[in-house]
Design a protein around this ligand. Structure first.
Ligand SMILES: [Zn+2]
Ligand SMILES: [Zn+2]
Ligand SMILES: [Zn+2]
Length: 174
């Protein structure tokens, strides 16, 4: 494990060398797929690369358009199957609120993610939700309920958009 964690949630919201960040995550995802003997076919790998191009979630049709433009076929199942594979393999996540998909920034690590979605610039950051999950298990457990799956998504403003909003408010003042 490297000292500087390119998949640090801060990364999504800060200026950074994203090519390095995406390359690192892709390498980890490939290693994980190989370790588990998954069939990481070219179309599946390409779908992950497309998701990794920016820290945001993409709809299945957006991914399909890209795959089709690159000659992977233009039938919706092409994209759906690739995305489903990625989600099932834990290499991507479904972001329910956006009805879209985001590359997992921690492939191969056991984690409960929380997605922080900027409502202004659509940036999506994946952060650790272990404390949230523990709190949820506690609340559910008190009711005799056992949680099997849970997703955590929050909508708000990222640091850059907050700064922009603050500037605009300051300018609006006389
Ligand atoms: Zn990045
Ligand atoms: Zn993840
Ligand atoms: Zn933003």
């Amino acid at each position: 494990m490297t000292q500087e964690h390119p998949a640090d949630p801060l990364c999504a919201f800060a200026q950074h060398d994203h090519a390095h960040c995406a390359g690192e995550v892709l390498a980890r995802a490939s290693a994980e797929a190989e370790r588990r003997g998954l069939r990481f076919t070219p179309v599946r790998k390409r779908a992950l690369e497309i998701l990794l191009e920016a820290h945001r979630a993409m709809g299945a049709y957006e991914v399909l358009d890209r795959l089709a433009a690159e000659g992977f076929g233009n039938q919706p199942p092409v994209a759906y199957r690739a995305l489903e594979f990625l989600v099932e393999a834990g290499l991507a996540h479904r972001v329910q609120r956006l009805n879209a998909f985001a590359a997992c920034m921690h492939p191969g690590e056991a984690h409960a993610p929380v997605f922080l979605i900027c409502r202004d610039c659509d940036t999506v950051a994946e952060a650790g939700a272990a404390p949230l999950r523990m709190a949820l298990d506690q609340v559910a457990g008190d009711l005799g309920f056992s949680v099997e799956r849970a997703s955590f998504e929050a909508l708000g403003l990222c640091p850059a958009c907050r700064a922009k909003a603050a500037e605009n408010t300051a300018e609006a003042q006389p």
